[in-house]
Design a protein around this ligand. Structure first.
Ligand code: ZN
Length: 385
C-alpha cells in the first residue's frame, strides 16, 4: 500500500492528479501516528471517494487505543498499519459508476458505520445488528469486522477515503465542516432520544450530562420537546453552563453530593422521572449508573449509550413489577443522521453552544493527547486535513 514517491496520473476530468495521498497511520499501539504517502483509493461500483476536510477526534483516543484490546478482546481494532478517524466530513471527489444520488462537489458527513448491506437486519434498516457491523476508522464488533476492514480500510485521518454511498449524508449550508464533525456524537444522542418515544410533557434524567454525549442528549431532548431535564454529572461549573441553555427546563445535580435517585424523587413528588439516558464514559462507576436508574418512575424507560462496561446487578423483578425498560442503543443509522442534519438546517437544533477546537493534520499526535476532560462536552475536538 505504501509508495515512496507521489505518482502522477490522468484524472477523467483532465489534468494530472496525484495517485497517492497523505494518511496518518498507526503502525503499533502506543506509538505516535506517522503521516506518510499511501495509495489513493479510487471509486468503483456503489462506493464514493470523499476528500476529507476535517475529522472528529475521539476524546483521549490514544488512551482508548492503548487499552481497547485488553478491555474488549472480542472487538478488533483495524489491522496495523491503520488509518483511524471516526467522524470524517469533506467533499465528494469521485463516485463509482453505480452511484446515483451523489456527485463530486457535494459537502458530506461520512457515517463510519459499515455493515454487509445484504442481510435481514441491513435490509430492515438496522445495520447495527448486522453480524458484520464495524466502525470504519475505530474498531469492529466481532471478527467479521476484519473482512470489512479489508474492504474499507479508511478512517478520516487521511486526504481521501472510500465509503459506500449508503454511508453518505449531505450537509446543510448552515453546518460548517468543523461543527459537522460532531454529527457522530449528536447522532448517537438523537437515536437514544428517539428510543425514549414522544417527549412532550415528560421528564428525563441525563446521567453524565456534561460530557460529549450528555450535552448532545440535552440539546436534542430540548429540541424534541422534553419538559424537564434532570442533568447529573460530577462538576458544578459545567452543569451551570448546561443549565444556562434552558434555565426553566433544566435542573442540575452533582452526584458527588449525594444520591441521584433521592434527588430526582425529591423533585418529582416521590415518583421519579419518566425517562433516563445514561451517557457516562467507559471508565465511569456503574454505581452512578445504578443510582440514577433507581430515580426512574414506574413504567419508565432507561436508554444506555455511554459505554460503561460491567455487571450492573439489576433486580429484574424491579423492572418487571413496575414495567420499566432498559434499552441498549448503539450509534445511529444514516437515515437518522439525515434527520439530524435537517433539524440543524431548519434551526430546530442550535449548534452555537458547541465550540470547535481544531488541530492541523500535521499535529495529529498533539491532538490525540491534547483532548482534556475539563472542557467537557461543549468542546468539539477535531483535526483539519
Ligand atoms: Zn448486514
Amino acid at each position: 500500500m505504501t509508495t515512496t514517491l507521489p505518482a502522477e496520473g490522468i484524472h477523467e476530468t483532465g489534468g494530472p492528479e496525484r495517485l497517492s495521498m497523505r494518511a496518518a497511520r498507526l503502525h503499533r499501539v502506543g506509538e505516535p501516528m506517522v503521516i506518510e504517502e499511501v495509495d489513493r483509493p479510487r471509486a468503483t461500483g456503489t462506493d464514493v471517494i470523499v476528500e476529507v476536510k476535517a475529522c472528529g477526534m475521539v476524546p483521549n483516543l490514544g488512551n482508548v487505543l492503548a487499552n481497547w484490546e485488553t478491555w474488549y478482546p472480542h472487538e478488533p481494532l483495524p489491522p496495523r498499519p491503520a488509518i483511524f478517524g471516526l467522524d470524517p466530513v469533506g467533499i465528494v471527489h469521485e463516485v463509482g459508476e453505480q452511484v446515483i444520488n451523489l456527485a463530486p462537489g457535494d459537502r458530506v458527513y461520512v457515517n463510519p458505520s459499515r455493515s454487509c448491506g445484504a442481510c435481514h437486519p441491513c435490509a430492515s434498516g438496522r445495520p447495527q445488528t448486522c453480524d458484520y457491523w464495524t466502525f470504519a476508522g475505530y474498531f469492529g464488533f466481532n471478527q467479521n469486522s476484519l473482512e470489512m476492514y479489508d474492504k474499507y480500510p479508511y478512517g478520516g485521518f487521511c486526504e481521501y477515503m472510500k465509503a459506500p454511498q449508503s454511508a453518505i449524508v449531505k450537509l446543510s449550508d448552515n453546518l460548517d465542516f468543523r461543527q459537522a464533525t460532531r454529527l457522530g456524537y449528536l447522532g448517537t444522542a438523537f437515536s437514544a432520544v428517539k428510543k425514549c418515544g414522544p417527549l412532550a410533557g415528560k421528564t428525563l434524567i441525563v446521567n453524565g450530562a456534561s460530557g460529549t454525549l450528555g450535552v448532545g442528549v440535552t440539546l436534542v431532548a430540548l429540541a424534541l420537546g422534553v419538559s424537564r431535564i434532570f442533568a447529573v454529572a460530577r462538576g458544578i461549573p459545567l452543569l451551570e453552563r448546561l443549565r444556562a441553555i434552558a434555565p426553566a427546563r433544566i435542573e442540575i445535580f452533582s452526584n458527588v453530593e449525594g444520591s441521584t435517585a433521592e434527588w430526582v424523587r425529591s423533585r418529582t413528588g416521590g415518583l421519579g422521572a419518566d425517562l433516563m439516558i445514561d451517557a457516562l464514559g467507559a471508565v465511569a462507576s456503574l454505581d452512578d449508573f445504578k443510582d440514577a436508574m433507581l430515580g426512574v418512575a414506574r413504567g419508565g424507560r432507561i436508554v444506555d449509550i455511554g459505554g460503561t462496561a460491567g455487571e450492573l446487578g439489576v433486580d429484574v423483578k424491579w423492572l418487571m413489577d413496575e414495567a420499566r425498560e432498559l434499552i441498549g442503543s448503539a450509534w445511529f443509522t444514516t437515515a437518522e443522521s439525515m434527520e439530524l442534519v435537517d433539524m440543524i438546517r431548519y434551526g430546530v437544533i442550535d449548534m452555537s453552544v458547541l465550540q470547535p477546537k481544531a488541530w492541523p493534520f500535521e499535529q495529529i499526535n498533539e491532538a490525540i493527547n491534547g483532548v482534556t476532560s475539563g472542557e467537557g462536552g461543549f468542546t468539539s475536538y477535531l483535526v483539519e486535513i
